[in-house]
Ligand binder design. Structure first.
Ligand code: 15L
Length: 274
């Protein structure tokens, strides 16, 4: 059984993934915060990935890394710099030094969020980040590309939409990514023998998708869910109006907001609603 390190394991995506992959892999869960739930057999290693020593400690002896750790929304530059730029560099570099070849990185729909909703984009488009957070995800994609070409490491870049069992609003009808579809795509990222550097979109098989996800399908992804079954219910609840720039672009409110309350604040900081 392979040993998989999941960083940022206490977040929502990490918690779904730990549950979904519990029987398939030996999971080492790492986070700065306490885990939301304990799962039998999984090891927890507390770490601050903005410190290289911590990154080196947690990446030792694993077969692959799902690097979810970091700031997950738009916010102050200092937080993004430490968690997503320095933290990402530390994890990729620590993996290289420890001989871990394969890394799965959740880049984000916000790396391309300034593409208009009227356009269908694929994995080859040049990034159009909608936020400093989106820029930090482009940094991760670029760093992975460098480490693949220069050091022969293997990167599976998932431009993730919104991980949720059900869609929460109109925009998320296009980018819903259910936990079981997430688990399937992550499993492909861990197991596929021919990954060097791949970009795929982390979404379910949504009818309203803005993405041509042919690259994921080429690698064997067969999503089981489609947000369409919730569409009527979600659209009926959608408030009218909204910011015209947010409404026009794929990234929605990330295109206009300076600070989206962090859904996963550090210990001691108050959790605010998004
Ligand atoms: C993201 O990249 C965030 O990590 C997540 O919290 C959601 O806001 C998601 O995008 C989204 O666009 O819904």
């Amino acid at each position: 059984m392979k040993t998989i390190l999941i960083t940022g394991a206490a977040g929502d995506v990490g918690t779904h993934l730990r549950r979904e992959l519990a029987t398939r892999y030996r999971i080492v869960a790492s986070d700065l915060r306490d885990l939301k739930e304990k799962i039998k057999g999984q090891t927890f290693k507390r770490a601050d990935i903005s410190k290289m020593a911590d990154a080196l400690r947690i990446t030792k002896g694993v077969d692959a890394i799902v690097h979810l750790g970091g700031y997950s929304v738009e916010g102050p530059w200092e937080g993004i710099l430490n968690a997503n730029i320095i933290g990402c560099y530390n994890v990729f570099e620590a993996a290289r030094r420890n001989g871990v070849k394969r890394i799965l990185f959740p880049t984000s729909n916000h790396a391309t969020g300034f593409y208009p909703r009227s356009t269908t984009i694929d994995h080859r488009v040049y990034p159009k980040p909608d936020s400093r957070y989106g820029v930090s995800k482009v940094f991760g994609e670029a760093l992975g590309s460098l480490y693949a070409d220069k050091y022969g490491m293997q990167f599976f870049m998932m431009r993730i939409g919104n991980v949720n069992p059900v869609p929460i609003d109109k925009r998320r009808l296009s980018i819903l990514f259910t936990p079981r579809d997430l688990a399937q795509l992550v499993t492909i990222g861990i197991e596929h023998p021919d990954i060097r550097f791949e970009i795929v979109y982390g979404i379910s098989g949504n009818k309203r998708a803005w993405y041509d996800n042919a690259n994921a399908y080429r690698l064997g992804y067969k999503p089981q869910d489609d947000s369409e079954k919730w569409a009527a219910e979600i659209l009926a609840k959608e408030p009218a109006g909204g910011d015209p720039i947010a409404e026009k672009h794929q990234g929605g409110v990330f295109c206009v907001a300076e600070d989206i309350p962090n859904p996963a604040p550090l210990p001691g900081k108050k959790k605010k609603r998004k």
